[in-house]
Design a protein around this ligand. Structure first.
Ligand code: ADP
Ligand code: RBF
Ligand code: MG
Length: 372
């Protein structure tokens, strides 16, 4: 593989949240209706007018899709600049650019919107020598036209192009173009899994993209079996969790109320992380934790499950716990037996324990956040 073609919305940029925000506010203000985010598959990866038609139908709005789009488009546009790079996007782009791998964007979005979305991200617009938009071809995805045009402009044959996509529509388009396709699903639910079946490979986030599987140069930034990340800081009183950490697994996890950092949590990739924990009365400890829905138990909410790598003589419910999360270990996984899950968690613990002794992870032990 010598070329990579990226979808933009939901793959490199978190624009889905912006559209949802606008719809939620607009629906209640104009029509007194409550947005519930239903049927994301009808909007994801679609042209704006198709997505608008889905909303008009789903909420039985007394307007045409054209009217709905006309009334909301500027609200959405106004927020493009708030769209954050998805975790791992900057890392992957820098890596490909450093290795001179030709890259392109192939997006169903309009050309002018793409330009506005890229503008706040330093270096992004210049990074892509080729951008093909939905209004520059006759048929948008799932037609292969966008990707075929991108390949043409890259001067590459389709079989030498890898597409990275979050939407089923885009995966269909990439396969129809005769390209390899890696899916980073924006519809993470189990029920949506079959929509991604035609992808060559499915990953849970760009952090898990392995370039070497596609004949591209490997990343060299893992340190001590973990990937250093931009640290994130969370805290709260230790509360009761699902009541099974110690009982079912023999691995206690000190749960935090997620309300205080729900937005931060929504942005974090589900997976296993390492970091430092500080208990107000006890000091600073190494920590390994899972973030997500715990597929093995299929929880209904996204939680953090920090296991402090220390033996405590008793429980510490109610005590203030502060966490700095500094490294990523792996995606959340499902396991065919409880024993396999437990073994994996112990392996995570060993990785965290060793990694936290070396830079860059070790330095955060002295972070002010843990000292106050
Ligand atoms: P819950 O479902 O309430 O979280 P767990 O079985 O997961 O129950 O146990 C978590 C509790 O165990 C924590 O809230 C804390 O009070 C206690 N605990 C004892 N040792 C540890 C440890 N090493 N890491 C995390 N929590 C611990
Ligand atoms: N649960 C899963 O379903 N899949 C996992 O891959 C997984 N990894 C974990 C890794 C660590 C380090 C810890 C502490 C927990 C992990 N668990 C995982 C979560 C476990 O299911 C959870 O702690 C219990 O559900 C306790 O409520
Ligand atoms: Mg727990």
């Amino acid at each position: 593989m010598s070329n990579v073609i990226f979808d933009l919305d939901g793959t490199l940029l978190d624009t889905g949240g912006i559209v949802d925000e606008v719809c939620e506010e607009f629906l209640v203000a104009k029509y007194g209706k409550q947005w519930d985010g239903r049927n994301p598959e009808k909007r994801l990866g679609k042209k704006p007018l198709q997505a608008a038609a889905a909303i008009v139908e789903d909420y039985e709005l007394p307007c045409t899709p054209e009217q709905f789009l006309a009334e909301t488009v500027d609200l959405v546009r106004g927020r493009f600049r708030n769209a954050k790079a998805l975790p791992g996007a900057n890392r992957l782009l820098k890596h490909l650019v450093a290795h001179k791998i030709p890259i392109a964007i192939g997006s169903n979005s309009y050309r002018s919107f793409i330009a506005e979305k890229l503008a706040p991200h330093s270096g992004w617009a210049e990074t892509f020598p080729v951008i093909v938009a939905g209004d520059e071809v006759q048929e948008p995805k799932p037609s292969p036209q966008i990707f075929l045009e991108a390949a043409k402009q890259l001067d590459a044959t389709p079989s030498r192009c890898l597409v990275i996509e979050d939407s089923p529509t885009g995966i269909t388009a990439g396969k129809a173009a005769g390209m390899k396709v890696v899916a980073v699903p924006s519809l993470p639910s189990k029920a949506s899994r079959h929509l991604y079946a035609s992808a060559d490979h499915i990953i849970s986030s760009l952090l898990d993209f392995k370039p070497e599987l596609w004949g591209l140069p490997p990343f060299q930034d893992w340190i001590a079996n973990a990937l250093p990340i931009e640290p994130w800081y969370i805290s709260g009183p230790v509360i009761r969790g699902f009541g099974r950490g110690s009982k079912v697994l023999g691995i206690p996890t000190a749960n935090l109320p997620t309300g205080a950092f729900s937005k931060q949590l929504a942005e974090q990739v589900c997976g296993i992380y390492l970091g430092w924990a500080r208990l107000s009365d006890k000091g600073v400890f190494k920590m390994v934790m899972s973030v997500g829905w715990n597929p093995y138990f299929d929880n209904a909410e996204k939680t953090v499950e920090p296991w402090l790598l220390h033996e405590f003589p008793e429980d510490f419910y109610g005590e203030e716990l502060r966490l700095i999360v500094v490294g990523y270990i792996r995606p959340e996984a499902n396991f065919s037996s409880l024993e396999d899950l437990i073994n994996k968690i112990h392996e995570d613990g060993r990785i965290a324990k060793a990694a936290l002794d070396v830079p860059p992870y070790s330095a955060f032990k002295e972070d002010k956040f843990l000292q106050q």
